[in-house]
Design a protein around this ligand. Structure first.
Ligand SMILES: Nc1ncnc2c1ncn2[C@@H]1O[C@H](COP(=O)(O)OP(=O)(O)OP(=O)(O)O)[C@@H](O)[C@H]1O
Ligand code: SF4
Ligand SMILES: [Mg+2]
Length: 346
C-alpha cells in the first residue's frame, strides 16, 4: 500500500432495504433508502466523525463498512483492496483489523460469559494465540482500558455502564485493529461518564495509532475527538471537512442548523450563534424529496433545489478537502433562517 492510499476508501456506497408487502404473495413494494451514494475516506490513524439526526443512516454505514451488511451498490476498499463483496474466507484477514464498538454496552456483552471470555472472544474466533497466552493478553487489555486485571473472572452485571463500555473497547482492541467503527459509543452512558470514555478512546487513537469512524448524533461529541467531520442527512453526506473548517465555516444550511445547537461551538471572542429552528420533520427515507433532500426544511430552497440534486463539491470559498452539497452555500453573513433566540445557547 502506498502512503497516499487511504486506509478506507468508500465510493458510491448504497444500502436500500427492501420493503415487503402484498398478500398472498409477498413482493417488494418499495425500498428504504437508508444510505444513498456515500463517498469518503479514512486515513491511517485519523478519526472521522459521522454526524446526523436519528435515522439518517449512520449505523447502516458503520455496518456496511464492517461488512455486517451487504451493500446494494458502491465500493469499499480497505488498504487498496476491494472488500465490497468479499466472502467470509476472503474477509478473514481484514475482519480482525476492522472492529466495531456499539452504542449499548449492556446489550453487546454476553451476560453469561466472564469478562475474560468476552475479551478473548475475538482471539478465539480468529484462532490467535498471543505470546504468553490469551489470559495474559486479556489482563493487559483490561489494564489499557483502565479496569482491574484481577476482575478477569467477573461477569458484565458486576460492572457499571462506563466500565462495561471499557470492556467493549478492550474486546475491540484484542486483535490490534487498524480501524474501529464506534457507533455512538457514549450516548447510552451518564453524561458524567461520557467524557471518561471519550478520553479513553482518544488515548487509544493517539497511542495505538488506530483510525476511527466515530458515529454521533450531534456535533458536540465529535468536536473533541475527530480531526475531520462528515454530516449526514437522509442517507447522504451533505458536508465534509476538517473539524475547524466545519465549525468555523459551515457552508451547508443543515450543518449550520446543527452547529447552532452546540453551545461550546462558539469561541469566547465571537458572538453567540443564533439557534436556528428547522421546520418540519425529517422526511421518510422510503420516499425522499427530489433534488436536494434537505429542501423541505431549508429556508433557502428554490425550484432548482427541487429539480437538481446538489453534488458534494468544493464550493467557492471552501478550503481544499471541504466539500459541500448545496446550490446556495451559506456565508458568514447573518442567516435568513428562522431563529429561536439571539441569546447564547444554554
Ligand atoms: N434492517 C433494516 N431493514 C429496514 N430498514 C432499516 C433496517 N436497518 C435500518 N433501517 C432503516 O434505515 C434508516 C437508517 O437507519 P440507521 O439505523 O442507519 O440510522 P441512524 O442514523 O443510525 O439512526 P440512530 O441515530 O437512531 O441510530 C432508518 O430509516 C431505518 O429505519
Ligand atoms: S441545495 Fe437548496 S434546499 Fe438544499 S440545502 Fe442548499 S439551498 Fe437548501
Ligand atoms: Mg444508529
Amino acid at each position: 500500500m502506498s502512503s497516499t492510499t487511504p486506509l478506507l476508501d468508500v465510493s458510491g456506497l448504497t444500502k436500500h432495504f427492501p420493503i415487503k408487502g402484498g398478500f398472498p404473495i409477498r413482493r417488494t413494494v418499495g425500498h428504504v433508502q437508508a444510505v444513498d451514494g456515500l463517498d469518503f475516506q479514512v486515513n491511517e490513524g485519523e478519526s472521522l466523525g459521522l454526524v446526523g439526526e436519528s435515522g439518517c443512516g449512520k449505523s447502516t454505514t458503520g455496518r456496511l463498512i464492517t461488512r455486517l451488511l451487504e451493500p446494494t451498490a458502491g465500493k469499499i476498499s480497505y488498504q487498496g483492496k476491494d472488500i465490497t463483496h468479499a466472502n467470509r474466507k476472503q474477509l478473514a484477514p481484514v475482519r480482525s483489523e476492522i472492529q466495531m464498538i456499539f452504542q449499548d454496552p449492556y446489550a453487546s456483552l454476553n451476560p453469561r460469559h466472564t469478562v475474560g471470555k468476552i475479551i478473548a472472544g475475538p482471539m478465539e474466533i480468529n484462532d490467535i494465540n498471543p505470546a504468553g497466552g490469551r489470559e495474559k493478553r486479556v489482563r493487559e487489555l483490561l489494564e489499557i482500558v483502565g479496569l482491574n486485571p484481577e476482575h478477569y473472572n467477573r461477569f458484565p452485571h458486576e460492572f457499571s455502564g462506563g466500565q462495561r463500555q471499557r470492556i467493549g473497547v478492550a474486546r475491540a482492541l484484542a486483535l490490534e485493529p487498524k480501524l474501529i467503527v464506534a457507533d455512538e459509543p457514549v450516548s447510552a452512558l451518564d453524561v458524567s461518564i461520557q467524557a471518561q470514555v471519550v478520553n479513553l478512546l482518544q488515548k487509544v487513537q493517539q497511542e495505538l495509532g488506530i483510525a476511527f469512524l466515530f458515529i454521533a448524533h450531534d456535533l458536540a461529541v465529535v468536536r473533541h475527538f475527530s480531526q475531520r467531520v462528515a454530516v449526514m442527512y437522509l442517507g447522504k453526506i451533505v458536508e465534509i471537512a476538517d473539524r475547524d473548517d466545519l465549525y468555523e465555516n459551515p457552508r451547508h444550511p443543515y450543518t449550520r442548523a446543527l452547529l447552532s445547537a452546540v453551545p461550546e461551538a462558539t469561541a469566547d471572542d465571537t458572538p453567540a450563534r443564533e439557534r436556528i429552528r428547522l421546520k418540519g420533520d425529517v422526511p421518510s427515507p422510503i420516499n425522499p424529496p427530489s433534488g436536494c433532500r434537505f429542501r423541505t426544511r431549508c429556508w433557502k430552497a428554490t425550484d432548482k433545489c427541487a429539480s437538481e440534486a446538489p453534488p458534494l463539491v468544493q464550493v467557492e470559498g471552501n478550503k481544499p478537502g471541504h466539500l459541500t452539497a448545496c446550490h446556495y452555500p451559506e456565508t458568514h453573513e447573518a442567516t435568513t433562517a428562522p431563529v429561536l433566540s439571539k441569546e447564547p445557547v444554554a
